[in-house]
Design a protein around this ligand. Structure first.
Ligand code: ADP
Length: 502
């Protein structure tokens, strides 16, 4: 059977004590009686009643002193107290409310009023206890999360942190109210940059940060800062959440290392196969028939595709390992572009694509990494040819803008849809048209291009129309000033494609 709710009545009048005992017991409560404040406090500590009804004036310890003690002790602080008062004791009531007393009962209140007040206070206590229990449950759930959760108020002061956060940042519970979130996070690096969002009250999501925890080492996290609102608009602070991705990063690094090793191992044998193929094609191993020549050209073509694939993998793993180191020199980018384009002209010729390049004869001196930009140009021009159907046009232009070199590669090819353009520089991303037309690729080339452009602090944009063509626009800073440097995009010049059959 459920135990009855327990009410402690503290009053020095025997008449009142026995009247209250009768009323409360009749209405289904257990009752304890005490005749002064001191005995009342002791009984509250011993029995933990659900409600205390307290007289005002009593010998040894009055009701005010006893109530303030009860509201101070953690063990008794949550027991509701109702004080016996007379009609006109307003100031007294204010004082009692000030120390946390919940309600008042008139000494001469009839049975109905006494039970209504007692019932109301006990209901209120039950609701509050339930709420506290729910809060506790929620707190426990947040506590066992492996993510680090730190809740702060509008002034940035710590309000709550879970076990994982306490452990990583070595937080001491007693000091929680003394610290602000800015004090516990490292004073430098990306995490400090994120902290300004705490001041500006902005939200951030999925920002990668690295935090040095001293003896326990450096860890990598995905950080979120969310604001916490009460109702629709009252901002009461925020939650700083860190998801530890150190393990994932390590796995990624190992994977990349594996790719890189595989690619290295594959490159040499493929190069040897290509070398021997070339030797046989050159007639160094004796006469070969036209059919043998045709077959060997097939071997050579596929071998080149394989080498490109392997090189792409190597480039990606180098970039992932942050091996991207620029080796800048001053060179004429218009010559680089022209030479790259003419090196690829055969590809265009095979598809009867008209390839024009508007860079020759206009020197644009640029301080940048020549080899890496050559890689960028080869990728973009090869793509333009690859994704343009027979008899189309590919146009390359160069110029100078805002202290940087601008290169445009425009084609009349298959194009891409607007939505796809947002993701086209992500690794392994291929557009629908390329898949539909069964044009082979890995989706790595543009990711590499973007990394190289970013390393130069440049920009690359693309405009495209589904089925009509695309324009890739590259801007690389670092033009070495010259009085005769041309502004804007320059004219187009047709590069004559030599007839290989001659
Ligand atoms: P790959 O060509 O090996 O698939 P890339 O990273 O070079 O990889 O290109 C990614 C995707 O972007 C391609 O698969 C293709 O769908 C699209 N793309 C790139 N360049 C063009 C272009 N000039 N015209 C149309 N689509 C293009």
């Amino acid at each position: 059977m459920k135990p009855l709710e327990l009410v402690l009545v503290v009053d020095d009048s025997k008449v009142i004590r026995s009247r209250m005992k009768n009323i409360l017991e009749r209405n289904g409560y257990d009752v304890i009686l005490r005749e002064d404040g001191e005995a009342g406090v002791l009984a509250a500590l011993e029995y933990g009643p659900d409600l205390i009804i307290m007289d005002l004036n009593m010998p040894r310890m009055d009701g005010f002193t006893a109530s303030s003690m009860l509201k101070r002790y953690p063990q008794t602080r949550n027991m509701p107290i109702a004080v016996f008062t007379d009609e006109n004791e307003t100031q007294r009531k204010v004082d009692f409310f000030g120390i946390g007393v919940e309600d008042f009962i008139l000494k001469d209140a009839d049975e109905a009023e006494v039970t209504a007040r007692v019932g109301g206070l006990l209901r209120w206590k039950k609701n509050r206890d339930n709420l506290a229990q729910e809060n506790n449950k929620l707190g426990n759930i947040i506590d066992i999360l492996s993510d680090l959760v730190i809740i702060f108020d509008t002034a940035g002061k710590l309000v709550f942190y879970n076990r994982a956060a306490g452990h990583r940042f070595r937080l001491i519970p007693e000091l929680i109210q003394e610290k602000t979130i800015l004090e516990i996070l490292p004073a430098a690096g990306k995490v400090r940059d994120l902290c300004r969002y705490i001041d500006t009250r902005e939200e951030i999501h999925d920002q990668e940060v690295e935090i040095d925890h001293g003896e326990t080492g450096v860890r990598h996290y995905m950080a979120d800062i969310n604001r916490i609102y009460i109702g629709l608009s009252e901002d009461v602070g925020g939650a700083f959440i860190l998801r530890d991705i150190t393990g994932e990063k390590e796995a990624q690094r190992l994977k990349t290392e594996f790719y890189s090793m595989m690619a290295h191992e594959m490159r040499t044998p493929i190069s040897v196969v290509l070398g021997y193929t070339q030797l046989i094609l050159d007639g160094r191993a004796g006469e070969i028939s036209a059919l043998q020549q045709e077959f060997l050209r097939g071997v050579e073509e596929k071998g080149k595709v394989l080498i490109k694939l392997v090189n792409d993998f190597l480039e990606v793993s180098r970039l992932e390992n942050k091996f991207i180191r620029l080796d800048p020199s001053v060179f004429d980018i218009s010559i680089l572009v022209t030479e790259t384009v003419s090196g690829i002209r055969l590809l265009a010729e095979n598809k009867n694509i008209s390839l024009t390049c508007g860079c020759r004869g206009v020197p644009i001196l640029l301080r940048a990494d020549r080899d890496k930009l050559e890689h960028v140009m080869i990728n973009l021009v090869e793509n333009a040819i690859k994704y343009t159907e027979e008899n189309g046009t590919v146009t390359v232009r160069c110029g100078v803008e805002d202290g940087g070199a601008v290169i445009e590669i425009e084609d009349t090819g298959i194009g891409m849809s607007g939505e796809e353009l947002k993701f086209i520089f992500d690794r392994f991303t291929r557009a629908g048209n390329a898949e539909k037309k069964k044009i082979k690729g890995t989706g790595l080339g543009l990711a590499i291009v973007k990394e190289i452009v970013d390393a130069h602090k440049g920009r690359i944009d693309v405009e495209s129309q589904d089925g009509k063509g695309s324009v890739f626009r590259l801007w690389i800073p670092g033009v070495v000033e010259r009085p005769d440097a041309p502004a804007g995009i320059v004219r187009e010049v047709e590069i004559p494609v030599p007839d290989m059959r001659e």
